[in-house]
Write a protein that binds this ligand. Structure first.
Ligand code: FAD
Length: 446
């Protein structure tokens, strides 16, 4: 290790650092262990030092020192990512953004925030002025807004507002570059896509403008079904009901509900469950829809009650996988965008074909203006070759797999190099110091 870290810390002056090996190792990890493929590849990766800036000017100072000594720099929010997005492959500095957690301003429909603010904290604040987050991941209590933009895709709310990449879901960002003289640039409009979901490989986000939605009085419900396809078609019908105000349509095939310990006595054994968030005023039309698909409400939590205790949110999206794995750690998962199809033919086919090997878990969402069921299927893992066969089976039939078993940005996404993001990196991180090894386009470039 050529770098003298004591000297580096001295140059940082007042800026907070952590160099204790155990703590640094902990702050180098995320939730990639959901993947048996990533587990052995990333478990030993660690940074050399954690730096916790409190302001943009402190970020600039860290960036300059890293550029001058050619030190790799990997940005971290709360480290709840699922594919080692914030795990440093080449050591160096972990830039932990959690202390930059101010809300800069709020106005109806828009909030300007620092990247380290936690999503639940932000949602609580904006509610004070009658607005809420349009969407958040099921990790909203711990995850940061910077990490959600850097490594997330969507979540609770995406059924109405689309995904983070959809036009209008991110208004502006301020970014610190890693040029010879690091500086702050502002990206607005389409230019935000340079950095949106780029795993922190081409700039450090120091401020964001996030659009908001009007607050509704949300009710949480669990509806059960004897037949899986009834549950799935109910999910589709509810998602298509534009007049029913909703934030979450999550469908779990049996035996997934049996993994939800707090709901074990509530959800009848062997049944399928729909976990829903619907506006209180939409309950009447919802009830009719439930009846049409032979569903039964087994759990309901009013708006007043949702502020405390167990929330169904933490049983949906990738929390479903978390609960499944806490019962059986050999389980893993896939991320699938099923084609827009009111008949759900491919879902029916996969359900029949895979049986218990790929257990259906669907999150309905909008993307590009279309309604899609997205699968976060629970997979009984045997080996990598079989996992790839399962992926291939889906792709051959027109589903898009967002592979959660790779830490490479493009391989987890659309499988092609994003030239816009690559060009941005060439310009603003010419030494390739930011989160090295994650962007295939750059790796291929040498
Ligand atoms: P981190 O994991 O710390 O970082 C994520 C990426 O963003 C990294 O590449 C990092 O380098 C980069 N980054 C962080 N801050 C910045 C910055 N300031 N500038 C530039 N780059 C930055 N994700 C979803 O989208 N939807 C879900 O519903 C969802 N559910 C989940 C459920 C579970 C149980 C788990 C474990 C994960 C889930 N995730 C989900 C993934 C993850 O929790 C979210 O994407 C979360 O928003 C990430 O935030 P974070 O602060 O933990 O980011």
């Amino acid at each position: 290790d050529k770098q003298n870290w004591d000297e580096f810390c001295a140059l940082l002056g007042e800026i907070e650092t952590i160099s204790d090996r155990t703590q640094v190792a902990k702050l180098s990890q995320d939730y990639y262990h959901f993947s048996p493929i990533l587990q052995p590849l990333l478990q030993d990766k660690t940074g050399d030092i954690v730096v916790l800036p409190r302001s943009e000017s402190e970020v600039l100072k860290v960036a300059k020192l890293c550029v001058d000594s050619e030190i790799p720099l990997t940005v971290r929010g709360a480290g709840t990512g699922n594919y080692g997005q914030c795990v440093p492959l080449k050591g160096g500095v972990i830039l932990d953004m959690s202390k930059m957690n101010n809300i800069v301003w709020m106005k109806p429909g828009l909030a300007c925030v620092e990247p380290g603010v936690k999503l639940a904290a932000l949602d609580k604040k904006t509610r004070e002025i009658g607005w809420e987050m349009r969407m958040f991941p099921s990790t909203y209590r711990t995850a940061t807004i910077g990490g959600f933009i850097g490594g997330g895709s969507g979540g609770i709310g995406s059924i109405t507002y689309g995904q983070l990449r959809d036009n209008g879901n991110l208004h502006a960002v301020r970014v610190v570059t890693l040029e010879a003289e690091p500086r702050i640039i502002e990206l607005r409009g389409d230019a935000v896509q340079n950095i949106n979901h780029a795993y922190g490989t081409n700039g450090i986000i120091t401020q964001l403008e996030i659009p908001l939605a009007p607050v509704y009085p949300w009710t949480e419900l669990i509806v059960t079904f004897k037949e899986f396809m009834n549950a799935a078609k109910f999910g589709q019908a509810l998602s298509q009901s534009d007049g029913i105000i909703k934030k979450l349509v999550s469908i779990c095939a049996a035996p997934i509900p049996s993994y939800f310990i707090p709901f074990r006595d509530i959800i009848p054994s062997g049944e399928q469950a729909a976990l829903l968030m619907v506006a209180e005023t939409s309950l009447e039309p919802l009830q009719e829809l439930i009846k049409n698909f032979q569903g039964k409400i087994c759990y309901q939590k009013s708006t007043q009650e949702t502020v405390k205790g167990t929330t169904i949110i933490e049983f949906t999206w990738n929390h479903t996988t978390l609960h499944a794995r806490s019962i059986d750690p050999s389980l893993t998962y896939l991320q699938t965008l099923f084609p827009a199809d009111p008949e759900l033919k491919l879902i029916q086919e996969c359900y029949d074909y895979f049986g218990d090997e790929v257990i259906q878990h669907l999150e309905f969402l909008r993307t590009g203006g279309n309604l899609h069921p997205a699968g976060l299927q629970i997979v009984r893992f045997t080996n990598e070759a079989r996992l790839n066969e399962i992926i291939q089976y889906h792709e051959d039939r027109g589903a898009i797999i967002f592979n959660p078993h790779t830490y490479i940005l493009e391989d987890g996404g659309m499988k092609k190099v994003d030239l816009q993001q690559l060009n941005f990196k060439q310009k603003y991180d010419p030494l390739g110091l930011l989160n090295p090894g994650k962007m295939r386009g750059w790796v291929d470039n040498g």
